[in-house]
Design a protein around this ligand. Sequence first.
Ligand code: G1P
Length: 289
Amino acid sequence: MVKKAVIPAAGYGTRFLPATKAQPKEMLPIIDTPTIQYVVQEAVDAGIEDILIISGKGKRAIEDHFDRNPELEARLEESEKDKLYNEMRHIGDMANIHYIRQKEINGLGDAIYYARHHTGDEPFAVLLGDTIIDSVIPVTQQLIDAYDLYKSTILAVETVPEDKVSRYGIVGGEKLSDNIMEVTQFVEKPPVGQAPSNLAIAGRYILTPEIFRALEQTPRGKNNEVQLTDALMLLSKREKVIADTIEGKRYDIGNKLDFLKTTVEFALRRKEFAEPFAEFLKETVKGLK
Ligand code: G1P
C-alpha cells in the first residue's frame, strides 16, 4: 500500500529568475492556483493523505499556503464570499502536510534522502513540485496500480522529441508490454545523440525504501549534485525498476515557454475565461505575420 507522498520543492528555480528570486517556483500560479496545489491535489486524488514537502530557504510561502488563515477566512465570511471562503478552508484541509528543510541544495537525490525517517520502511510516491500532469486517472494512481502489480520501483516516463532528451533523465531497457519497460539504463540529461532512448522520466515515481541505501552509495553526478537517476541505476542492480509510459499531458512549470503554454491551455478550459480568452487569442493570432 502506498500511503505517503514526498514532494521535493527545495530547488532554486534558476530557470525562472527573476520571478523566483524571492518566491518559490512552486508557488507560480497557473491562473489563480499555485503549481504545487495542483500537485498536492494529484496526490490526494490518488488516495494519499500524508504528504512530506521537502522545502528549503525562501520556501515559507508554501507552508503559509497550505495553512489556515483565520483572519482571511473571517473577512471572507463577513463579506459573504462563501465560494472563496470554502475554497480557502479546503486548501488548509487538503492533506496532512509535513515539512522538512533541505539544508543545502545538493540535488534531487539528496532532497529525497531527507524523507527517510518520514517514510520508514514503506514505499512512497514522489511528485516533483514544479510539474503538473493533466490526466483522466491521476498519474500517481496509475503508478500505484503498476506498483501493486510489480511490487517494485516504478517511474513515470513519456516519449520526448530527440532535441529535448538533454533536459531529462532518460531510461532504456527491455519492453515487457506496450507501456511497461524493465529499466537497465539510466542517464541524467544526456547530450543529444547519446541517449539510450527518448523515454524521459516525467517527474512522478513510486520508490521503495531501498532507494535510501542506493542514495547513500551514489556519488555526485550531473552538475555536481546527487542525482536520483543515478541512485535508481544502482537500485536497478538489486531490484526491478519499472518504467510506466503514463497517460496524461505533462506541464513543466519551471520552464518559461511551457509555463506560458500551460497558462493558455488552462485558461481555455476555465468556464469564465474560455470564450473571451479564445476571442482574444484569435484576434491576436490574426494580427501575427
Ligand atoms: C528532474 C530529474 C529528471 C527528470 C525531470 C522531470 O530534473 O532529475 O530525471 O526527468 O526532473 O521534470 P530537473 O527538472 O529537476 O532538473
